[in-house]
Design a protein around this ligand. Structure first.
Ligand code: HEC
Ligand code: HEC
Length: 337
């Protein structure tokens, strides 16, 4: 009797623990607070599942995916820095340098144009390109190597009923990235009714952001990007400026010379250095530059103008942006042997 009592209370305790863990555990299929009304962009032939998310998470961290076997996606996209790398620009697997800053992976599943210049129209396409160009992979060779790992072979069958390939590996990676949704920030809790979630300075900063400082027209809530391309003057004084979205590989529109995708400002406190060329060292410096109207050049966006903000107002904008750090529960994957 006593034993039965003990074991049933143990079962009850266990059940309580699992349901609690179940509630707090990260579910890639559920939108976080603040992003409930935004639709993920999901490819029709690659519906998001937890199985694909978990498989993609392993692949993202696995150096066996690269040409030299020493680099993974996570070499430039660190989980604890909202999947950026803290460098102005990073070195690729082949030893050459990137000319653009490694962007965050948080909320990329909501974007319909990817890369700083918008040249990728799907996340799967972007991931395949990154896999080849950044990590120097020959997809067929890598797919064979991954398929020879029995745990991976089984996971690909479970996720796709197919072997690892040039198609299924990007599909798994894209599914992982779609699950990296960052919301539930102090800002989101404030917007949902918790008046104490953010400081007064952050509240004043949000008023400026929506009002006098004019930031929200491009950094539109709730993703804090309009998903469009604007020239704010970054890198335009270089000897050979990066044409950005004007490129024939991207929007192929000369009007878009020096225009780049408006970056999300969610998690921006974690993603220094900033801007497409990594030239913005601190958040405050970039906020000051943006509120002064960016850097003049003949292609500059008309929306960029000097907002004549005081130092105190710049501080309030920074306080507001710091309230956009999300809550993405994270556990590192265990890689198959
Ligand atoms: C050597 C550093 C490096 C590695 C390794 C790397 N990336 Fe990136 N990633 C970058 C840079 C730099 C950019 C921006 C390039 C551009 O916009 O032209 C980028 C952009 C992206 C984007 C676009 C995000 C957006 O907002 O448009 C995605 C998605 C992405 N990478 C996924 C991956 C995946 C998946 C892997 C592994 C297969 C990977 N990256 C490996 C540096 C890297
Ligand atoms: C005309 C549209 C537009 C307006 C208005 C605008 N921004 Fe931006 N913002 C951009 C674009 C585009 C970039 C990326 C530019 C680049 O790197 O070439 C950017 C970059 C940034 C970055 C760097 C983010 C990162 O991850 O690198 C911050 C911070 C920022 N803006 C804050 C602000 C603030 C604060 C305001 C208001 C004072 C503002 N922006 C107004 C379009 C805009």
């Amino acid at each position: 009797m006593r034993r039965l009592f003990l074991s049933s209370s143990f079962v009850a305790l266990l059940a309580a623990c699992t349901s609690e863990a179940g509630q707090s555990a990260f579910d890639p299929l559920v939108a976080p607070k603040g992003l409930e009304k935004v639709e993920l962009v999901v490819a029709a032939d690659n519906p998001l599942t937890k199985t694909k998310f978990e498989l993609g998470k392993q692949l993202f961290f696995d150096a066996r995916l690269s040409g030299t076997g020493t680099m993974s996606c996570s070499s430039c996209h660190f989980a604890d820095q909202a999947f950026t790398d803290g460098k102005a620009t990073a070195k690729k697997d082949d030893g050459s340098m990137n000319t653009r800053n490694s962007p965050t992976m948080h909320n990329v599943g909501y974007l319909d144009r990817l890369y700083w210049d918008g040249r990728a129209k799907t996340l799967e396409g972007n991931v395949l390109a990154a896999w080849k160009a950044q990590t120097g992979a020959k997809p067929d060779e890598v797919a064979k190597k991954i398929g020879a790992v029995s745990e991976y072979a089984a996971a690909f069958q479970a996720a796709f009923s197919e072997a690892p390939s040039e198609t299924t590996i990007p599909k798994a990676l894209a599914s992982f990235l779609r699950g990296l949704r960052s919301g539930d920030s102090a800002f989101d809790r404030w917007q949902a009714g918790d008046d104490k979630a953010v400081s007064d300075a952050a509240k004043q900063g949000y008023d400026l952001f929506r009002g006098k400082a004019g930031c929200f027209v491009c950094h539109t809530p709730p993703l804090f990007t309009d998903k469009l391309f604007h020239n704010v003057g970054i890198g335009m004084t270089a000897e050979k400026p990066d044409v950005g979205a004007a490129s024939d590989k991207a929007l192929n529109d000369p009007e878009k010379t020096g225009a780049f995708k408006t970056p999300t400002l969610r998690d921006v406190a974690k993603t220094a250095p900033y801007l497409h060329d990594g030239s913005g060292k601190t958040l405050r410096e970039v906020v000051a530059l943006m509120s002064k109207g960016g850097i003049d050049n003949k292609h500059k966006d008309k929306l960029m103008m000097d907002r004549a903000l005081s130092d105190a107002e710049i501080d309030q904008l920074v306080a507001f942006l710091e309230s956009l750090t999300g809550n993405v529960p994270w556990t590192a994957p265990v890689l198959p042997k």
